[in-house]
Ligand binder design. Sequence first.
Ligand SMILES: [Zn+2]
Length: 210
Amino acid sequence: MALELYIHPCVQKPPHRLHPPPVDKPLRIRIQGPLESIQKLLPNVSWHNVVPFPQLGALALARLTHQALYGQGEHNMADGGLRVRDEYLAWVMEGRRPLDYIDYYGVTFDHLVPTDDLDPEVLAINIIEVDKDGGVYADGGKYANEVLSFSVNPTGYTGKKVLAVPRCCQHKKGTLDRRLINSMVAERDSEIRGRSQRPSAKRAREDTVL
Ligand SMILES: [Zn+2]
Protein backbone atom coordinates (compact mmCIF):
# COMPACT_ATOMS: atom_id res chain seq x y z
CA MET A 1 0.00 0.00 0.00
CA ALA A 2 1.31 3.44 -0.87
CA LEU A 3 1.96 5.79 2.01
CA GLU A 4 0.98 9.45 1.94
CA LEU A 5 3.55 12.12 1.12
CA TYR A 6 3.23 14.47 4.07
CA ILE A 7 4.70 17.93 3.69
CA HIS A 8 5.02 19.30 7.19
CA PRO A 9 3.47 22.76 7.72
CA CYS A 10 5.95 25.62 8.09
CA VAL A 11 7.22 26.06 11.63
CA GLN A 12 8.55 29.58 10.98
CA LYS A 13 6.56 32.49 12.35
CA PRO A 14 5.41 33.98 10.09
CA PRO A 15 5.59 31.05 7.64
CA HIS A 16 8.21 31.22 4.89
CA ARG A 17 6.68 32.76 1.74
CA LEU A 18 7.25 29.59 -0.31
CA HIS A 19 6.04 27.15 2.32
CA PRO A 20 3.47 26.49 1.07
CA PRO A 21 4.06 28.18 -2.31
CA PRO A 22 1.35 30.44 -3.77
CA VAL A 23 -0.44 28.50 -6.52
CA ASP A 24 0.02 31.18 -9.19
CA LYS A 25 3.74 31.68 -8.63
CA PRO A 26 6.14 30.18 -11.20
CA LEU A 27 8.43 27.91 -9.22
CA ARG A 28 11.06 25.24 -9.79
CA ILE A 29 10.73 22.45 -7.26
CA ARG A 30 13.27 19.86 -6.32
CA ILE A 31 12.36 16.94 -4.08
CA GLN A 32 14.85 14.30 -3.08
CA GLY A 33 15.33 11.56 -0.57
CA PRO A 34 16.31 8.00 0.17
CA LEU A 35 15.01 5.56 -2.42
CA GLU A 36 13.60 3.38 0.36
CA SER A 37 11.30 6.25 1.39
CA ILE A 38 10.31 7.02 -2.20
CA GLN A 39 9.42 3.37 -2.71
CA LYS A 40 6.93 3.65 0.15
CA LEU A 41 5.22 6.44 -1.80
CA LEU A 42 5.35 4.66 -5.15
CA PRO A 43 5.44 0.92 -4.42
CA ASN A 44 4.63 -0.06 -7.99
CA VAL A 45 7.46 1.81 -9.65
CA SER A 46 10.69 -0.01 -10.36
CA TRP A 47 13.92 1.92 -9.86
CA HIS A 48 16.32 -0.94 -10.21
CA ASN A 49 17.08 -0.72 -13.88
CA VAL A 50 18.47 2.75 -14.07
CA VAL A 51 17.64 4.21 -17.47
CA PRO A 52 18.67 7.42 -19.24
CA PHE A 53 16.86 10.51 -17.88
CA PRO A 54 14.11 10.45 -16.77
CA GLN A 55 13.50 7.39 -14.60
CA LEU A 56 10.08 5.73 -14.81
CA GLY A 57 9.14 7.20 -11.45
CA ALA A 58 10.26 10.77 -12.15
CA LEU A 59 6.90 12.09 -13.29
CA ALA A 60 5.03 10.06 -10.66
CA LEU A 61 7.12 11.56 -7.85
CA ALA A 62 6.77 15.04 -9.34
CA ARG A 63 2.98 14.66 -9.57
CA LEU A 64 2.71 13.40 -6.02
CA THR A 65 4.76 16.34 -4.77
CA HIS A 66 2.80 18.80 -6.86
CA GLN A 67 -0.45 17.44 -5.44
CA ALA A 68 0.84 17.60 -1.87
CA LEU A 69 1.89 21.24 -2.38
CA TYR A 70 -1.03 22.58 -4.39
CA GLY A 71 -3.87 20.12 -3.94
CA GLN A 72 -5.97 18.86 -6.83
CA GLY A 73 -6.72 22.33 -8.20
CA GLU A 74 -7.16 23.41 -11.79
CA HIS A 75 -3.49 24.36 -12.09
CA ASN A 76 -2.52 20.80 -11.47
CA MET A 77 -2.27 19.29 -14.91
CA ALA A 78 -2.94 22.40 -16.95
CA ASP A 79 -0.69 23.09 -19.93
CA GLY A 80 2.73 24.02 -18.65
CA GLY A 81 1.58 23.22 -15.12
CA LEU A 82 4.18 20.59 -14.41
CA ARG A 83 7.32 19.78 -16.32
CA VAL A 84 10.07 17.39 -15.22
CA ARG A 85 13.44 19.14 -15.81
CA ASP A 86 16.14 17.15 -14.11
CA GLU A 87 16.83 14.26 -11.80
CA TYR A 88 19.51 13.33 -9.34
CA LEU A 89 20.79 9.81 -8.87
CA ALA A 90 23.08 8.79 -6.04
CA TRP A 91 24.79 5.59 -7.05
CA VAL A 92 25.63 3.09 -4.41
CA MET A 93 29.40 3.12 -4.15
CA GLU A 94 31.85 0.34 -3.60
CA GLY A 95 34.88 2.24 -2.43
CA ARG A 96 35.20 4.91 -5.11
CA ARG A 97 33.47 2.89 -7.80
CA PRO A 98 29.74 3.45 -8.49
CA LEU A 99 27.70 0.24 -8.71
CA ASP A 100 24.81 -0.04 -11.18
CA TYR A 101 22.01 0.89 -8.81
CA ILE A 102 20.97 3.88 -6.72
CA ASP A 103 19.81 4.37 -3.14
CA TYR A 104 18.88 8.05 -3.25
CA TYR A 105 16.88 9.96 -5.83
CA GLY A 106 15.70 13.46 -6.58
CA VAL A 107 13.54 15.01 -9.26
CA THR A 108 13.35 18.65 -10.33
CA PHE A 109 10.17 19.92 -11.94
CA ASP A 110 8.69 23.26 -12.94
CA HIS A 111 5.37 24.71 -11.91
CA LEU A 112 4.24 27.38 -14.40
CA VAL A 113 7.84 28.37 -15.22
CA PRO A 114 8.11 29.99 -18.68
CA THR A 115 10.47 28.05 -20.97
CA ASP A 116 12.74 31.07 -21.44
CA ASP A 117 13.21 31.65 -17.69
CA LEU A 118 16.67 30.28 -16.90
CA ASP A 119 16.74 31.38 -13.27
CA PRO A 120 13.35 30.78 -11.62
CA GLU A 121 12.93 30.72 -7.86
CA VAL A 122 13.54 27.30 -6.36
CA LEU A 123 11.89 25.37 -3.57
CA ALA A 124 14.04 22.50 -2.31
CA ILE A 125 12.32 19.78 -0.33
CA ASN A 126 13.95 16.85 1.44
CA ILE A 127 12.21 13.56 2.09
CA ILE A 128 13.32 12.46 5.54
CA GLU A 129 13.16 8.81 6.51
CA VAL A 130 12.00 8.51 10.11
CA ASP A 131 10.95 4.85 10.34
CA LYS A 132 12.04 2.84 13.28
CA ASP A 133 13.24 -0.09 11.27
CA GLY A 134 13.96 -1.47 7.82
CA GLY A 135 16.60 0.01 5.61
CA VAL A 136 19.85 1.90 5.91
CA TYR A 137 18.19 5.30 6.28
CA ALA A 138 15.65 4.20 8.90
CA ASP A 139 16.97 5.27 12.29
CA GLY A 140 13.84 6.08 14.25
CA GLY A 141 13.95 9.80 13.63
CA LYS A 142 17.49 10.40 14.88
CA TYR A 143 18.62 12.03 11.64
CA ALA A 144 15.32 13.92 11.35
CA ASN A 145 15.76 15.44 14.76
CA GLU A 146 19.29 16.50 13.91
CA VAL A 147 18.48 18.28 10.66
CA LEU A 148 14.99 19.69 11.25
CA SER A 149 13.89 22.80 13.13
CA PHE A 150 11.16 20.84 14.92
CA SER A 151 11.00 17.51 16.65
CA VAL A 152 9.68 14.38 15.02
CA ASN A 153 8.03 11.38 16.61
CA PRO A 154 8.52 8.34 14.36
CA THR A 155 5.37 6.59 15.59
CA GLY A 156 3.31 9.20 13.74
CA TYR A 157 4.97 8.18 10.47
CA THR A 158 5.97 4.52 10.48
CA GLY A 159 3.64 2.64 8.14
CA LYS A 160 1.44 5.73 7.64
CA LYS A 161 3.14 8.59 5.89
CA VAL A 162 6.45 9.82 4.56
CA LEU A 163 7.79 13.12 5.86
CA ALA A 164 8.97 15.84 3.50
CA VAL A 165 10.33 19.19 4.65
CA PRO A 166 11.30 22.35 2.73
CA ARG A 167 14.60 24.07 3.54
CA CYS A 168 13.05 26.84 5.63
CA CYS A 169 12.22 24.27 8.29
CA GLN A 170 15.66 22.67 8.28
CA HIS A 171 18.84 23.83 9.97
CA LYS A 172 20.65 23.80 6.61
CA LYS A 173 19.17 26.73 4.74
CA GLY A 174 20.47 25.88 1.28
CA THR A 175 21.51 29.35 0.19
CA LEU A 176 23.08 27.90 -2.95
CA ASP A 177 20.06 25.75 -3.88
CA ARG A 178 18.73 28.11 -6.51
CA ARG A 179 22.04 28.49 -8.30
CA LEU A 180 22.89 24.78 -8.12
CA ILE A 181 19.51 23.48 -9.17
CA ASN A 182 19.13 25.95 -12.03
CA SER A 183 22.61 25.17 -13.29
CA MET A 184 21.85 21.44 -13.15
CA VAL A 185 18.71 22.00 -15.23
CA ALA A 186 20.78 23.94 -17.78
CA GLU A 187 23.33 21.13 -17.83
CA ARG A 188 20.56 18.56 -18.31
CA ASP A 189 19.13 20.56 -21.21
CA SER A 190 22.48 20.66 -22.94
CA GLU A 191 22.99 16.95 -22.24
CA ILE A 192 19.63 16.16 -23.84
CA ARG A 193 20.59 18.22 -26.89
CA GLY A 194 23.88 16.33 -27.17
CA ARG A 195 22.64 12.90 -26.10
CA SER A 196 23.14 11.37 -29.51
CA GLN A 197 26.83 12.25 -29.38
CA ARG A 198 27.87 10.94 -25.97
CA PRO A 199 26.52 8.81 -23.16
CA SER A 200 25.85 10.69 -19.93
CA ALA A 201 28.44 10.31 -17.23
CA LYS A 202 27.49 9.02 -13.83
CA ARG A 203 27.56 11.88 -11.40
CA ALA A 204 29.25 11.09 -8.14
CA ARG A 205 27.21 11.39 -4.96
CA GLU A 206 29.28 14.31 -3.65
CA ASP A 207 28.69 16.44 -6.73
CA THR A 208 25.22 17.66 -6.25
CA VAL A 209 23.58 16.23 -3.15
CA LEU A 210 21.85 19.08 -1.39
ZN1 LIG B 1 9.01 26.14 6.40
